[in-house]
Write a protein of this length. Sequence first.
Length: 316
Amino acid sequence: MTAHPPHRVAVLGGTGCVGRHVCAAFAERGARVVAIARREVPQPPGHRFLSLDVGRTTASELASVLAEEGVDTVVNATLGWGGSEEEMTRANLRPVERLLAALRLLPGSVRLLQLGSVHEYGPLPRGAATGEDVTPDPVSLYGRSKLAASRLVLDAVRRGECRGTVLRMTNTIGPHPSMETFLGSLAVRLRQADPAEGLDITVAPARRDYVDVRDAAAAVCDAAALEVPEPVFNIGSGQAVDIQELVRTLVAISGLPPESVRMRRAEVRSQSPGADWVEVDASLARRRLGWQPRYSLPESLRAMWDTVGGQAAEKV
């Protein structure tokens, strides 16, 4: 069952690789949207930008901003990487702490959607699709920091302090990818490659669930309109795909001669160790939200290729 869709939405991390698409999706549905982030990047028409570092501002300052904007829905799309627990905490946990404290200062009820990660579950059993009932046990710094943030939100919901939902997303793919992802950085390398010299690529022997970032953004909008929200939704395609297959497709899209790209299968250093198999059961989202992916992997990779140049990563 759905309620009236949100009218005024604030997207924290609204210029990032996921947040920008969430902003666009809400704007397309008629919501008034403000993208809140540290710095501005080119945005589609339909929403405003407000410069603010959520992790470093005070709860009262953030509450004032949200009150002035008159928002009824807040999406936390901030995310970050780091090489230490302190860096991961600062990037993924601090903004949620500030946000929850800010929401407690607001007079009205605001819906909160926390964009989580499949890596919160930790290593998943090969050959099986993981549902929301699995007990999370992450081993990576990233997974642990994202889980800690999600638990803060879920604890606040249980205490009745806010109305909130966590959407645990699989690997996103599609336009404007993060350069910190394997496929995003590979697209840049392929664009810069000299066909005469070719390119050497090491590909992990892994199968992972990928969802187009535009489909993920649509799921966020659907969840925001749900009258009685579920605490957690898995958002993914429901299919574990061989990464080497994705690489071959991206190479074909690039137009480089196939023989100029030399692939080697081997273990690679990852921010999310233990993710050799990733596949989620997203049937709850399909059933409760009426949501399902629209974009095929080739379509997503084509959109990625069309929007990636040699620029540096855009950071939220």
